[in-house]
Design a protein around this ligand. Structure first.
Ligand SMILES: Nc1nc2c(ncn2[C@@H]2O[C@H](COP(=O)(O)OP(=O)(O)OP(=O)(O)O)[C@@H](O)[C@H]2O)c(=O)[nH]1
Length: 306
């Protein structure tokens, strides 16, 4: 019986959280090959980050088929869950708790899925995708065929209205197009995260746009819908940078949060590249609020208006 079914039986839960299923898949995989634990660790290395100190200390102790329970759920014996009794339930609770904790030190949150060539009007790129190991989230992007040592990087958040419907209310499409142009010229990568509407989703953006129509600014409109100002996360960056061997970047952005996010993802931001946005009557207030309330850099654009 597979481990997922065992756990479902013991806990009487039909469905398990996504992150747990992912984790259990890893455990299952390990179980099959645990005869040779060194080998198992080596093969699972892309699944779990195992601190080298753990490898050198714990592994030497663990040789048999029954793996000693240790700090990490990675070392939990699956035989623990054989009997659906009270003790098993307690062990299971601890095990699940440990799995959750171990996920926080997971080396890889997003796995590289694949890439292929994509010829676009801005140049010939490689089109790639990553999949979250914990959720259904996907991260797509394009990169130049070769990447320089310090590539230009654009971390772009999806915008249905701007990117797809050419809306004039935001600068999203202009930034997307200009980024693709410069990335093609200099070499780099555009990471496209599907966190539309600063993370509130495309549908909720309809609601906040309605509030803005009635006079609320972008931030106030978020609050009127009970959303914080910016719900985006950047947890995918680390794995994307790591996969492509990127350690230092020139970041195309006006958004200071993205600089922090990239630094926290382990790369050096050696330069931020500011691409000028065109101010028009529809996006003026939006860009002004971004500058005044969210500290985005649109000084150049607004000083040119004066
Ligand atoms: N909630 C909300 N989201 C908006 C609004 N206008 C644009 N957006 C979203 O804001 C996001 C803009 O993301 P990015 O293009 O990555 O830009 P940024 O975070 O402003 O930073 P830059 O890197 O400087 O472009 C997209 O997800 C848009 O859908 C708005 O009025 N309300």
């Amino acid at each position: 019986m597979n481990l997922q079914r065992k756990i479902a039986m013991v806990t009487k839960r039909r469905t398990l959280p996504d992150c747990l299923v992912q984790s259990l898949d890893c455990h299952e995989y390990r179980y099959e090959i645990e005869n040779n634990i060194q080998d198992a660790i080596r093969k699972a290395y892309d699944v779990f980050a195992i601190d080298t100190s753990v490898v050198s200390t714990n592994l030497k102790k663990v040789r048999s088929q029954i793996i000693a329970t240790n700090k990490s759920s990675f070392f939990t014996s699956l035989d623990f869950f054989d009997e659906p009794n009270e003790l098993t339930k307690k062990r299971l609770a601890k095990f699940l708790w440990q799995i959750e904790a171990d996920h926080s030190i997971n080396h890889e949150l997003y796995s590289f899925f694949d890439e292929t060539t994509l010829n676009t009007q801005y140049g010939n790129f490689m089109y790639f995708g990553f999949q979250s190991r914990m959720s259904q989230r996907e991260v797509l992007g394009v990169r130049t065929l070769s990447l320089p040592k310090t590539p230009l990087v654009r971390v772009h958040s999806m915008c249905y209205t701007g990117d797809i419907f050419h809306s004039l209310r935001c600068n999203c499409r202009e930034e997307l197009e200009n980024s693709l142009k410069v990335i093609n010229e200099e070499g780099g990568i555009l990471i496209y995260s599907q966190q539309s509407g600063r993370g509130i989703g495309a549908l909720n953006k309809i609601k906040v746009y309605e509030h803005q129509k009635k006079g609320a600014d972008t931030v106030e409109a978020q609050h009127l819908e009970n959303f914080p100002n910016d719900l985006r996360t950047y947890d995918y960056l680390k794995d994307v940078f790591f996969h492509f061997g990127i350690t230092q970047i020139k970041l195309i952005t006006s958004n200071p949060t993205k600089v922090v996010a990239c630094k926290n993802a382990g790369v050096a931001v050696v330069q931020t590249v500011k691409l000028l946005s065109t101010i028009n009557e529809h996006n003026r207030d939006y860009l002004k609020t971004k500058m005044e309330k969210n500290h985005h850099n649109f000084q150049a654009e607004f000083s040119m208006l004066r």
